[in-house]
Design a protein around this ligand. Structure first.
Ligand code: ZN
Length: 438
């Protein structure tokens, strides 16, 4: 049995979904941003599960067309109403402060304060998530219904934060396989208390890494945990020499909601990872959930920029921005469920299984059909419940194993399950009808 196949089968019985959910619960309260101690603390926790190579890149360092920004840290923030009562409190939710807010302490009229307040009228009970990384400003986010109920008067405002020369942090875990060629998996880890967008991808990669480390792998796997945009740009700018070794990869986030799995193709459109993912989604009857590339979304914007153009697709459940709770306080522990996380992990392992195992074979008896009965293949099939299917799979595999077509090619042509074709190829190879090609 192929090693990753064994992983997938174990997954059916184990508690991966619960473990991913528990990790999300632990990471949820931390105030992360694209730099700072919350990001480091989160990477520390990931490092309890996987061996990590950590990097710190100093403020001011040029990375492609960008520059590493100042480091942001925050201790506290609040707004007190005219009666002196704290009505907005960072300690209650870190979403209340616009990420990267400069420090402030002062008194403001309601009209002045309102220019600094952000809310979402479409969802009046939720706190929206807002950032201002590259323009120094400050602000608060609060539910729209609260904003509308604020009385006239003088408000006292405090943001106890600092923007200083520091560094940007990221981490990676390399899991070596037989080949130095790599599959690259990326999760952004820069959002504060948001579960589906951010933490579900981190938890999935952690659990995936734990599985991969138990397997004998053909490819090496590199799991990168970094801030979105500036983090992937930084990683790419420091690893250009490595890029030719990357055979494929996935950007993973939004992996825990109830929406169906969505795969967004790489810019190349027909890379092996695109075909493997499309094949696995088709087997689930979800071929309509395969989207073409567009230069919008998550870090595919960097990994698939024209000068990089890696064969990397994006794995999510609901696409980013396409669920109402996106970037709000409703993207919380109630939105993600262990069973959806487990299903996402299972699907990613299925896709990687194809990447690991896709093989071309040579039919050693290509003139006419080989006589299967004489070689015991008909009798062998007696043990299977899906006799007809396996017989079909044998005929497809024997016909197209001309040295040109791989199992994935044959799966695309036949619309038969990849693993059934793999099983048929294994039986044919055992009967010395097929020889695997390097
Ligand atoms: Zn986001």
């Amino acid at each position: 049995m192929h090693p990753l196949q064994a992983c997938v089968e174990k997954l059916g019985e184990d508690r991966s979904g619960d473990q991913m959910y528990q990790l999300i619960e632990r990471l949820f309260p931390i105030c992360r941003s694209i730099t700072g101690n919350g990001l480091r603390q989160s990477l520390d926790i990931v490092g309890e599960h996987l061996p990590l190579l950590r990097s710190e890149v100093a403020t001011g360092t040029p990375v492609f067309d960008w520059t590493i920004p100042k480091e942001w840290n925050i201790r506290d923030a609040w707004i007190k109403d005219p009666s002196g009562q704290k009505i907005v409190d960072f300690q209650q939710s870190n979403l209340h402060v616009v990420s990267y807010s400069v420090p402030v302490h002062g008194r403001f009229s309601l009209a002045e304060l309102k220019t600094r307040l952000h809310s979402d009228p479409a969802h009046p009970e939720w706190i929206p998530y807002r950032t201002s990384y590259y323009q120094e400003t400050w602000g608060f986010c609060l539910p729209h219904q609260q904003l509308q109920s604020l009385p006239e008067g003088e408000y006292e405002v405090c943001i106890d934060s600092e923007l200083t020369a520091g560094s940007l942090s990221y981490a990676e875990c390399l899991i070596p396989g037989a080949s130095q060629d790599e599959v690259l998996l990326f999760a952004h880890i820069c959002h504060p208390s948001l579960c589906n967008d951010n933490l579900s991808g981190v938890a999935l990669l952690v659990e995936l890494g734990k599985y991969l480390r138990q397997c004998q792998l053909k490819w090496s796997y590199r799991l990168v945990f970094a801030p979105a945009t500036i983090g992937s740009i930084t990683w790419l700018s420091r690893n250009e020499k490595l890029l030719p070794q990357i055979r494929g990869g996935l950007i993973v986030s939004v992996a825990g909601d109830a929406g169906p799995v969505t795969y967004k193709r790489s810019r190349r459109g027909n890379a092996q990872i695109d075909r493997a993912s499309a094949c696995m989604l088709a087997e689930r009857g979800q071929q309509e959930r395969v989207l073409d590339f567009s230069p919008w979304g998550y870090d595919e914007r960097q990994f698939c920029s024209p000068g990089i153009n890696l064969p990397m697709g994006r794995f999510t459940r609901s696409p980013n921005g396409a669920y109402p709770e996106y970037h709000s306080s409703a993207d919380n522990l109630g939105l993600v469920r262990p069973e959806h996380l487990q299903d996402s992990l299972h699907t990613v392992l299925d896709i990687l299984h194809v990447m690991e195992s896709d093989t071309r074979y040579q039919n050693l008896f290509p003139k006419g059909e080989p006589q299967l009965g004489r070689r015991g293949l008909y009798q062998m099939m007696g043990g299977f419940t899906n006799i007809g299917e396996l017989q079909h799979a044998l005929l497809w595999v024997l016909n197209y194993s001309d040295g040109e077509h791989s199992l994935l090619d044959i799966a695309e042509k036949s619309h038969m399950p990849y693993r059934l074709l793999q099983q048929a190829a294994g039986l044919s190879a055992d009967a010395q009808l097929l020889a695997p090609l390097p």
